[in-house]
Design a protein around this ligand. Structure first.
Ligand SMILES: [Fe+2]
Length: 287
């Protein structure tokens, strides 16, 4: 089980908005910082992170752990990550359920794993090493994908759920990634959510994508698509209140636009639970 923290609604802390976060206190419940941007460095980025951390919770989200790679875990990376975690005291620490490094070479992409028992054992063992090293649980995020492997013997949802259960780590459920992969590979995104172990899901991501016609591409650009908002309300209904982040990393808009997107998520969450509560009351009254 991964204890769920009731953080509310967050956005990414991105360089375009550093000035505003230094000068005033924009209204947002929590911020996500990309771990690698603050590791082994100092200067303005770290000063901004220290400042925002005094005002609100921060979560650290990484892209380079390579939990599914077969190279040994990068000791230097783990050391710098731990130092940053000790400094920031983040509410959550996450990376991706993927691989991206082989024989010391980085692909710079978050590559999907084959969904089979061998990959589960490998990832579970490495999550154990990382969690022991950090002295805390981590969350792993489902990635969007454009390919599948003949070696897969189960669905992505079954794979993700089994890794989280056995490793006892959290699941960072990126609903846009589920939607993108579902369209690209022809599976039902709602069935994916149905297969998630409620007690392991601890964060949602929402983001924009690009429809190329033949495939969807996960761009983290633009507003969240209507179909993904609809998947969000479905996930809230199935999994309950989960801290939700708006990811907008390409063509980062002004802070007002970004925060408005986050407020839209808050409103949808409120409306969803109003609806659920009304339905429960009606059922209890037997009407
Ligand atoms: Fe994400």
């Amino acid at each position: 089980m991964f204890p769920r923290v009731d953080l509310g609604h967050g956005v990414g802390l991105r360089p375009r908005h550093y000035g505003e976060f230094l000068e005033r206190q924009p209204k947002v419940d929590w911020l996500e910082a990309i771990s690698e941007n603050f590791m082994g460095t100092g200067g303005r980025p770290l000063a901004v992170l220290d400042k925002v951390r005094m005002d609100r919770p921060v979560v650290l989200h990484g892209v380079s752990l390579g939990i599914g790679s077969v190279d040994p875990l990068d000791e230097r990376y783990l050391k710098e990550w731990k130092q940053l975690i000790d400094r920031v005291q983040p509410a959550m620490v996450s990376d991706h359920l993927c691989w991206g490094r082989h024989r010391g070479r980085y692909s710079h992409d978050l590559l999907p794993l084959p969904f089979n028992e061998e990959a589960i054992s490998h990832v579970v063992s490495r999550v154990g090493q990382v969690q022991d090293r950090l002295g805390r649980q981590i969350l792993l995020e489902n990635v969007s994908s454009y390919l599948t492997y003949p070696a897969s013997t189960m669905s992505e949802a079954e794979f993700t759920a089994e890794v989280a259960r056995r490793a006892d780590c959290g699941i960072l459920l990126d609903l846009n990634n589920i939607f993108v992969s579902a369209k690209n590979h022809g599976f039902d995104p709602r069935a994916y959510i149905d297969a998630m172990p409620v007690e392991q899901v601890a964060q949602f991501h929402l983001a924009g994508h690009f429809d190329r016609g033949d495939i969807l591409i996960d761009t983290h650009e633009g507003h969240v698509a209507d179909d993904v908002w609809s998947l969000y309300t479905y996930a809230l209904d199935k999994l309950g209140r989960v801290p939700t982040l708006i990811e907008w990393d390409t063509g980062v808009p002004d802070l007002e636009t970004l925060l408005a997107e986050s407020e839209k998520a808050r409103t949808l969450e409120f409306e969803t639970f109003e609806r659920v509560n009304a339905a429960n009351e009606k059922a209890m009254l037997g009407t």
